[in-house]
Write a protein that binds this ligand. Structure first.
Ligand SMILES: N[C@@H](CCC(=O)N[C@@H](CS)C(=O)NCC(=O)O)C(=O)O
Length: 202
C-alpha cells in the first residue's frame, strides 16, 4: 500500500488523489488524516512542512505533488501522453499549477494576516495572475483539450477551478464561457471527481 498525507481541502492532495483514480491505483493509496501519527511523521520528512507527502510500499518518502504524480505515472503510464503532446500537457499542467499556487497565496494572505488587514497589493497581484490565466485558457488552450483523453493537465485545471469556487476567490464561470463548458464535460468524465470534491476538515 501507498500512504498519503490527507486533507480534504488541499488542492495539491486532490490532484494526487485524482491522479490515483485516473491511473487505477486509488485502491492502493491509504489516506492518513492530519492527526494520524504516521501523517505527522511523513509530513516531518518534508522540511518545508507541506503536504502532500507519499510513502511508497518500500517506505520511501516522496514529495511534492508533481513528483508524486510522476511516480504514479512511472507505475501506470497513464497520466501523460508518451508522444509529442507530452510538452503541451505539461505546459497546461504548469498553468493549472500556477492557478492553484496563486489561489493558495491569496487564501494565505488572509489566513496568516494575524491582526493585520491582508495586503490588497498582494491580493491584487495574485488576482491578476488568476484572471490573466483564466482569460488565456478560455481563448487559447481549451480547443486542444479532449475530454475523452484525460491527462494530468485536465486534473490540474479541474482542481484549480473548483478551488477558486470553494474558496470564493473569483466567479470564473461568468467571464469564461468556454472554460465553463469544458469544466462540465471534463468533470462528468473524470473518475473520482465527486469523491475528491474539496471540503473543509470536520
Ligand atoms: N508545491 C507543493 C505545494 C504544497 C502545498 O503548498 N501544500 C499546502 C496545503 S494545500 C501546505 O502544505 N501548506 C502549508 C505550508 O505552506 O506550510 C506541491 O505541489 O505539493
Amino acid at each position: 500500500m501507498y500512504k498519503l498525507t490527507y486533507s480534504p481541502a488541499s488542492p495539491y492532495v486532490r490532484k494526487v488523489r485524482l491522479a490515483g483514480y485516473l491511473c487505477g491505483l486509488n485502491d492502493q493509496i491509504e489516506l492518513l488524516n492530519p492527526g494520524h501519527e504516521i501523517h505527522i511523521k511523513m509530513k516531518s520528512n518534508n522540511p518545508l512542512g507541506k503536504i502532500p507527502v507519499l510513502m511508497t510500499p518500500n517506505n520511501q518518502y516522496v514529495f511534492d505533488s508533481r513528483v508524486i504524480i510522476e511516480l504514479l505515472n512511472d507505475v501506470s503510464g497513464k497520466l501523460y501522453p508518451s508522444d509529442n503532446n507530452k510538452k503541451i500537457v505539461l505546459t497546461n499542467a504548469a498553468l493549472a499549477e500556477g492557478l492553484i499556487d496563486a489561489s493558495l497565496l491569496y487564501v494565505y494572505s488572509i489566513r496568516y494576516a494575524g491582526d493585520q488587514k491582508p495586503s490588497e497589493v498582494w491580493q491584487n497581484f495574485q488576482l491578476t495572475k488568476i484572471e490573466n490565466t483564466l482569460d488565456y485558457l478560455d481563448k487559447n488552450v481549451l480547443n486542444n483539450f479532449d475530454p475523452s483523453n484525460l491527462f494530468i493537465s485536465h486534473i490540474g485545471l479541474i482542481v484549480a477551478l473548483d478551488y477558486l469556487n470553494f474558496r470564493k476567490i473569483c466567479d470564473w464561470k461568468i467571464k469564461t464561457k468556454n472554460l465553463d463548458s469544458w469544466h462540465k464535460k471534463v468533470s462528468d468524465s473524470l473518475p473520482g471527481y465527486q469523491e475528491t470534491f474539496p471540503k473543509d476538515p470536520s
